[in-house]
Write a protein that binds this ligand. Sequence first.
Ligand code: CAA
Length: 261
Amino acid sequence: EAEFENITLDQDGPLGILTINRPKSLNALNIETFREIAEAIMLIEENPEVEALIVTGGGDKAFVAGADITEVAELEGAFNGRDLSLQGQDIFQQISQLPFLTLAAVNGYALGGGLELAMACDLRIASPGAKLGLPEATLGLIPGYGGTQRLPRLVGVGRALDIMISGRLVDAREAHSIGLVNEVVDQPLDRAKEYARNVLSKTAPLAVGLIKEAVRRGMDTTFGDALEIEADLFGMAVATEDRKEGTQAFLEKRKPNFKGE
Ligand code: CAA
């Protein structure tokens, strides 16, 4: 097992659990934490046993309260800032491109880089007391780890501009009503595990990866090109062993036995 100081990486059967664990700073993302997250993603990608990933925060107050403001305060000039942004964007892109289900168990504050991390996951499950937001403008900043792009894609341009320009915190209830979180439950980590296990027991893993790819690539292009991407990926799904197994199992009225092939 790898030794980390600011995160923990655990395995619960087929589930990888990445916990950002600096509770004294509300799990703020400093450079060192980012480095460890990048290493954890590499380990997860290399581990064939991990079939879904859950990201959560250590302690009982926060998921992640953003980039570490003590470090951001030290930044000088445009270049440094641009560099930091590119690095953060890159790591969150790697998370969003994982070919299996990723869930954020939002157990408290998910602000700035913390919400950006949660938005890089496929789904967000929040505790009733969670507060989400992109308050960067209150610091003289803008979201820099994908937030200006992922938030409008999730909740629409008008709502995203409201949240970013005002810098206000959105409670779990409102976040649920605008589609920023998928569910609100008392124990988001337990629920995330249950959700993931249910997905793994029912769906073909390659199909899940292809759905994610179709949505992600489709959002980046025109509707016409996106339909072509869908058709290509549909073709790939049809070519899998699991497609034969899934359709055959349906016709035989039995549970499919997917192999990820
Ligand atoms: N960076 C560094 N330290 C942080 C932090 C952050 N993002 N968020 C909280 N902390 C620290 C606090 O400084 C405090 O440390 P001390 O005990 O040493 O004073 C500790 O965590 C506990 O926090 P608070 O005392 O502030 O707790 P609270 O309950 O009063 O408030 C909060 C909680 C509303 C989340 C508040 O901590 C807060 O507003 N945090 C900052 C949120 C924010 O602005 N995030 C955006 C960061 S910028 C960014 O992310 C840029 C980007 O997109 C690239």
